[in-house]
Design a protein around this ligand. Structure first.
Ligand code: ADQ
Length: 455
């Protein structure tokens, strides 16, 4: 999986934790590029997990990763047509890189292995592994939203993409919406009769199990890490620097889907509408750079710097900075400390497959005195976290009111909302998520097996 010098995404954190429990092999791009043909995978073992990583040629990094995956599939799947670019050359690179992945992965597989493929970079991998003769179960999990057929049809190769998904034994989505959208594509291509009542899909002689597997978090681990982080110097220094002001925290990869410009505008409106908060609240937004080689990201960065600068220039004082906007990385445990220290967690993506920061915020809180989560209705997490303050992220006025409501919320109500969310998170935590998916995959072949992950 791609990891240059960017923030760790959900893939890295979520799957690795799950894999550490089951043991197995992690296979994917190590984040390095080369000018030559990539050689054999580099194999090393750490904490019970074997990592097999390969390099990408520089040209493939540009055409496949920056191009087809992140300048086409990512915006399209998040319903951002304006940011989408199609190129047939990039499409060829997407197929080629997946073919190289299949060729390099095959010799590493044992006959009893299950294969679990992750995310939109690798949709054709299942078909290519099958074409190479692989017989064991192959599952696919999509971490991002799946677009409805009317949106998907914009993609010239949409039929191939849908067909590729039918080569898996199990296909998992984050929410019911995504599954329904997938059904709309299947119906369009293969007719209504292809979809059976038990979430199985029949295409030719293949039977696919498509279902909803909302990714969770490791609640106990987050609770203890967040508690411990409060005692560290970096979190203590941050808390001291607030001088008893209220704290609102946002933690995101710097991505246009995360709705940061709208969020900053909402905060500006909040300071306008509720002047009594001026000087009494600090908003810390942590957003390390991500996908810096993709054009749409550079434009968004500029817009963010402008609005943050404007807010600080207009409302700030010699002893108060309204927004602390940081593009640097912090260790995950430090972030959990920041989340725990916050009175308000702000998670307002314009669209998001799930959004684990929302779940981590809830898990990190002190149950006796929890902070309030403001959550976008367009994040997958809103389906489960229904007692958060739910907002439409485009409606900046409503978001500004939610900020005020969160700050004024009495303790009993905060506790009640938090308890309900924590219970949902406990019921469907990270290991339950992984177990459910692997069970489905095993059932698809009636076998017990080891897990191989390609991400
Ligand atoms: P992402 O879009 O990367 O993931 P998200 O779910 O918010 O987004 O975060 C995933 C993980 O990355 C979390 O553990 C979070 O703490 C960490 N993270 C986020 N911002 C960070 C930062 N600034 N610094 C350090 N760590 C940070 C994709 C999908 C999501 C889906 C996940 C998991 O886009 O919708 O929830 O995969 O399936």
């Amino acid at each position: 999986m791609p990891r240059k010098s960017t923030a760790p995404g959900g893939l890295a954190v979520g799957i690795l934790n799950a894999l550490k429990r089951t043991g197995g092999l992690w296979f994917g791009w190590g984040g390095e590029t080369t000018q030559h043909e990539p050689g054999e995978p580099d194999i090393h073992i750490r904490a019970g997990v074997t990592y097999a990583t390969i390099e990408l040629r520089q040209v493939e990094y540009e055409l496949y990763y920056n191009g087809y995956a992140n300048n086409l599939l990512w915006p399209l799947f998040h319903y951002f047509l304006r940011d989408m670019r199609y190129s047939a050359e990039e499409r060829d690179a997407y197929e080629n890189v997946n073919r190289i992945f299949a060729q390099r992965l095959l010799p590493l597989l044992q006959p009893q292995d299950l294969v679990w493929v992750h995310d939109y970079h690798l949709i054709p991998l299942g078909r290519l592994l099958r074409e190479s003769g692989l017989r064991q179960p192959i599952g696919f999990f999509l971490h991002i939203p799946f677009p409805n057929i009317e949106m998907l049809r914009v993609l010239p190769a949409y039929a191939e993409l849908l067909r590729d998904l039918t080569h898996y034994d199990v296909v998992g989505f984050q929410t019911e919406n995504d599954l329904r959208a997938f059904h709309s594509g299947i119906e369009h291509l293969f007719g209504h009769e292809a979809i059976r009542a038990d979430n199985r899909i029949r295409v030719g002689d293949r039977l696919l199990h498509a279902d909803v597997f909302p990714i969770g978090v490791d609640v106990e681990a987050i609770q203890s890490q967040a508690t411990a982080a409060m005692q560290t110097d970096v979190v203590k220094r941050m808390v001291d620097s607030l001088m008893s002001r209220a704290l609102m925290v946002g933690v995101d990869r710097l991505d246009y889907s995360k709705g940061l410009v709208e969020r900053f505008n909402a905060y500006q409106q909040f300071l306008e509408t509720y002047p009594e908060n001026r000087g009494h609240i600090t908003y810390i937004q942590i957003a390390p750079l991500s996908r810096t080689d993709v054009r749409a990201y550079a434009n968004m960065r500029q817009a963010l710097e402008q609005v943050a600068g404007r807010t600080n220039g207009r409302f700030g004082d010699t002893d108060w900075t309204p927004i602390r906007y940081l593009n640097r990385n912090f260790p995950h445990t430090t972030l959990l400390g920041f989340l725990r220290a916050a009175n308000v967690g702000i998670v307002t993506p314009l669209r998001d497959g799930m959004n684990l920061v929302a779940k981590e915020f809830v898990a990190a809180q002190d149950p006796d005195n929890p902070g309030v989560l403001i959550l976008s209705t367009l994040a997958g997490a809103a389906r489960e976290l229904s007692t958060a303050l739910l907002v439409n992220p485009y409606d900046t006025r409503t978001v500004s009111h939610a900020m005020q409501a969160a700050l004024e919320m009495p303790l009993p109500e905060r506790r009640e909302r938090h308890t309900a969310m924590l219970e949902v998170l406990r019921r469907n935590d990270l290991s339950a998520w992984a177990r459910r998916f692997i069970d489905a995959l095993e059932q698809s072949a009636g076998m017990q097996a080891h897990v191989r992950v390609a991400g």
